[in-house]
Design a binder for this molecule. Structure first.
Ligand code: CP
Length: 331
C-alpha cells in the first residue's frame, strides 16, 4: 500500500487493505514486537526521521507511532507542542517547515482542525515533495490509522484465503454505539469496513447520530434503541463520549446505551456461540459507554464475562504498532 500521504480512510481499496493486513501479519510473525523484520538497512545512508506532531492529547496513537518508528530504525523527532514555539505563535505550516528542514521524512500530525491535514499535504508537496504526511487524527473527520488497526484486528480472527476473508467481511455486521456524529473514529472505521463489504449500523440518541446522506454513512442503518440493534451483530464498537466536543452524559444515557454483559449476550446467534466481538478505540470511560466488568473479566450475576474471550481492546492497541510500522515503511 504505497501511498505517499495517508490522509483519509477512503484512499484505500479492498485489495490494498487485504494485502496490507497480510504484510502486517508477516511482520508480526517474523518478530512479535515488530522490530528487525522491516528495519532499515543502516549501512546505507541514515533514514530520514519520523516527526510526531500532536497538537491534541494522545496516548495510544502517539506512543504507537513512536514505538513503530523506533522498531523500524527511524530517528524520531517528538514535538512537544506545550513547550514548543507553537506557544509563541508559530503557525502549523511554519512548524511543518521546520520539521522538514530538521530532517523529517515523515510527519505524523494530529490536530483538531478539520481540513488542516489537506492544507499541510499541499504545502509539503510544493516545498518538500519527498516528505510524507500521515494523519494521526483530524478534528471530527479522519483517523485512518485507527481504522486500519481496528479492521486488522477483526481480520486476524478470520481464517481462510484472501477470497474467504473478503467473503467473511462481506457477511459481517458491525454496530457502532455512541457519539458517532462527532467521532472521527466512527467515520474512518465505517469507511474501511464498508470498503471491505461489511454492513455497518449506528446506535445512539438521534441527536448523536450522523445524517445517512453523508457519503461516509450512505447504506448504514441507524438505531436509537440499543436493545433493538444487537441481534445478529458480529462486532460492536463502543465509542468514547466526546465530552471535549460538548457531549454530555446522563444516568438516562448510561441506562440506555452502555454496553453491559447482559446486552452483549443478546448478540449470541445460538446459546452455545460466543457473543459479538467488542472493540473500543480508547480511551475508555469505564462505567459510561462500557460496563467496567469488560475490563477485568469478573463474573457478573453468575455469568462469566471473560475479556480475553471477545473483548479486543488490548489487541487493537497492540496491532496499532504493527499497522503503523508497515505504513511508516511504505511497504
Ligand atoms: N484511539 C486513539 O486515538 O487514542 P489516543 O487519543 O490515546 O491516541
Amino acid at each position: 500500500m504505497n501511498h505517499h500521504h495517508v490522509l483519509s480512510a477512503n484512499q484505500f481499496t479492498a485489495p490494498e487493505l487485504l494485502a496490507f493486513f497480510q504484510t502486517t501479519k508477516a511482520l508480526l510473525e517474523k518478530s512479535p514486537q515488530g522490530h528487525s523484520a522491516l528495519t532499515h538497512n543502516l549501512t546505507e545512508k541514515p533514514p530520514l526521521a519520523v516527526a510526531a506532531a500532536f497538537y491534541e492529547n494522545s496516548t495510544r496513537t502517539r506512543m504507537s507511532f513512536i514505538q513503530a518508528a523506533q522498531q523500524a530504525g527511524f530517528p524520531v523527532l517528538d514535538l512537544n507542542v506545550a513547550t514548543s514555539s507553537v506557544q509563541k505563535g508559530e503557525t502549523v505550516l511554519d512548524t511543518m517547515e521546520t520539521l522538514a528542514a530538521l530532517g523529517a521524512g515523515t510527519i505524523v500530525l494530529r490536530h483538531s482542525q478539520d481540513g488542516l491535514h489537506g492544507e499541510v499535504a499541499r504545502y509539503l508537496d510544493a516545498e518538500w515533495p519527498h516528505v510524507r504526511l500521515i494523519n494521526a487524527g483530524e478534528g471530527t473527520t479522519h483517523h485512518p490509522t485507527q481504522a486500519l488497526a481496528d479492521a486488522y484486528t477483526l481480520w486476524t480472527l478470520q481464517g481462510g484465503s484472501y477470497k474467504e476473508k473478503l467473503a467473511t467481511f462481506k457477511e459481517m455486521r458491525i454496530l457502532i454505539v455512541g457519539d458517532s456524529r462527532k467521532s472521527r473514529v466512527a467515520r474512518s472505521t465505517t469507511t474501511v469496513f464498508k470498503t471491505l463489504g461489511a454492513t455497518v449500523s449506528l446506535c445512539g440518541p438521534v441527536e448523536w447520530l450522523p445524517n445517512l446522506e453523508d457519503p461516509v454513512f450512505v447504506g448504514c442503518q441507524r438505531h436509537t434503541v440499543l436493545n433493538d440493534a444487537l441481534s445478529g451483530v458480529d462486532a460492536i464498537m463502543t465509542l468514547r463520549v466526546q465530552t471535549e466536543r460538548g457531549s454530555g452524559v446522563t444516568d438516562a444515557w448510561i441506562a440506555a446505551y452502555q454496553l453491559t454483559p447482559e446486552r452483549l449476550q443478546k448478540t449470541k446467534k445460538t446459546p452455545e456461540s460466543l457473543p459479538a466481538w467488542v472493540l473500543h478505540p480508547g480511551p475508555v470511560n469505564w462505567g459510561v459507554e462500557l460496563h467496567p466488568q469488560f475490563r477485568f473479566g469478573q463474573s457478573h450475576k453468575g455469568q462469566v464475562v471473560n475479556p480475553t474471550q471477545t473483548v479486543l481492546i488490548r489487541q487493537q492497541v497492540a496491532h496499532g504498532v504493527a499497522v503503523r510500522q508497515v505504513l511508516l515503511q511504505g511497504v
